[in-house]
Design a protein around this ligand. Structure first.
Ligand code: SAH
Length: 457
């Protein structure tokens, strides 16, 4: 170990990029000291300027490329990297898919200690742009007008953007239209430093198949002058909008949504379809952002579950019920649980709309509801889990194993916590059979996977 960190800010180096970090930054070393470098790919030789040098690592930016990687693709807009909207946008898509598969291999080796588990090639998207069905856009006041865009990475400096590249282009257009309407009504943009002004965020969701749109206006104050009038004009100018909601967030916080909401126009939800079912989606409910790839993800999960008519399935972390309701017709009974009450209301409504009578839902923490179901003697043959990034609670794993399912289908949006949990399952007599990464986030470093876990032979 070096006694003192010797690389300093504003120094220049010529370096070879040796790796790509999990966040999509190029990695180079100066006598063992790692520098993370935006827009640099393995195999490239670059001249860099050091931007920041900490104790253990630093950041630098490329001033000149001496060689370019054959894996590079032209970057449509530098702001895609600068804001972190699309950190892999300079890497050809095929290589993005390999990069994600390798990351899963890596954690299965290092964290799960399961070097032999089969990691299948990542399932990609045919046209990997313009896919996101949801946008959360900060609104600020710049020179007396309203501005929309995205924060510069690791900051709250707004970079103005009109083409977000990975978002449904209809959403990009709607953002501008809504911004202009707000401007017309002289709604004041939020000033974060002073916690003043009115409009903080514009959130838009658009059904991939239905094309129904929801606009959520996050305001700092409950009193929203001409709010209903504004909402009606939004619907008039964007007829796809069937729902305009005011969300009130008075706090000085990074959290986007407040608790309180009001419907300003139309319904409190939009509808969309997945694998032939129709779903109601409320503003507070989780809904996968890439519909086309979500269908492939669910299909893989269902294939891994190899369902039988007599199966009893638990859909843990169910959201609005999309996974369980997609497979309910093939099995005897589905039980689902989820933390957000609005999402469970949606799930119950969705079961009704799709005429599914064998699905039961409960609100609560997965680890608590699971224990309750275990004590009640529910005997699931298949347990599907789809937790948030932090993965499963160890008590949840205990109850899961205690119910002795024949199959556990683990859907994960964070390979590192998946690998940690896989090890816990392995310590309790289960074994990971195969892992299928599915690319839900083209141009972005996030990795999604589905795994089949069964009792050890
Ligand atoms: N399976 C759904 C949702 C997956 S996202 C789908 O594919 O759309 C993860 C979900 O877990 C979110 O809806 C979130 O609200 C919920 N959640 C987060 N922590 C939870 C907990 N401790 N117990 C139950 N649900 C939780």
């Amino acid at each position: 170990m070096k006694e003192k960190q010797f690389v300093k800010k504003n120094e220049r180096y010529t370096l070879d990029i040796i790796d790509l970090s999990y966040e999509g930054m190029g990695v180079a070393k100066v006598d063992g000291y790692p520098l993370f470098i935006e827009n640099a790919l393995p195999g490239e030789r670059v001249e860099v300027l050091v931007l920041k040098a900490g104790n253990k690592f630093g950041y630098a930016k490329v001033e000149k490329w001496l060689t370019e990687s054959p894996d590079r693709q032209p970057l449509k807009d530098n702001r895609l990297l600068r804001t972190g909207i699309a950190p892999l946008a300079h890497l050809i898509y095929e290589k993005q898919l390999e990069f994600k598969q390798k990351q899963v291999e890596n954690v299965m080796n290092k964290i799960a200690k399961m070097p032999d588990v089969e990691i299948l090639p990542t399932i990609g998207m045919e046209n990997p742009v313009g896919y996101r069905n949801k946008a959360q856009i900060p609104v600020r006041r710049i020179d007396g007008r309203l501005a929309t865009g995205f924060y510069k990475k690791n900051s709250h400096d707004l970079v103005e953007i009109e083409d977000y590249y990975i978002q449904d282009p209809a959403i990009d257009e709607a953002i501008q239209c809504v911004r202009e309407i707000l401007q017309r009504f002289q709604v004041r943009g939020y000033n974060e430093a002073k916690n003043e002004g009115q409009i903080r965020h514009i959130i838009i969701r658009r059904g991939h198949y239905s094309h129904e749109m929801m606009v959520v206006l996050v305001t700092r104050k409950e009193k929203f002058f001409k709010g209903k009038e504004i909402a009606a004009v939004i619907h008039e100018e964007i007829p796809e909008v069937v729902s305009v909601i005011q969300n009130i967030n008075e706090e000085k916080t990074n959290v986007i949504l407040g608790d309180k909401e009001k419907v300003l126009f139309g319904r409190s939800y939009i509808e969309d379809q997945l694998l032939g079912n129709t779903y109601r989606i409320s503003s507070k409910s989780f809904y996968q952002v890439n519909a086309e790839q979500t269908e492939k993800l669910y299909q893989t999960a269902i294939e891994f579950a190899d369902l039988k008519k007599e199966d009893v399935v638990i859909d843990a972390y169910s959201g609005i019920g999309t996974i369980g309701l997609s497979l309910a017709a093939q099995v005897k009974q589905v039980y689902g649980m989820e933390l957000i009450p609005e999402a469970i209301e949606d799930a119950q409504f969705n079961a009704l709309t799709n005429k599914i009578e064998n699905a039961h839902y409960e609100v609560g923490k997965a680890e608590i509801v699971m224990k309750k179901w275990q004590e009640k003697g529910i005997k699931p043959s298949v347990i599907v889990v789809d937790p948030p990034r932090k993965g499963l609670d160890s008590h949840f794993i205990e109850s899961t194993v205690g119910m002795s399912p024949e199959k556990i289908i683990y859907i994960s949006c964070n390979p590192a916590t998946f690998a940690r949990d896989a090890k816990l399952f392995a310590d309790s007599g289960y074994e990971v059979r195969k892992v299928q990464p599915v690319d839900l986030f083209p141009q972005i470093h996030h990795v999604e996977l589905v795994a089949l876990i069964t009792p050890k032979a």
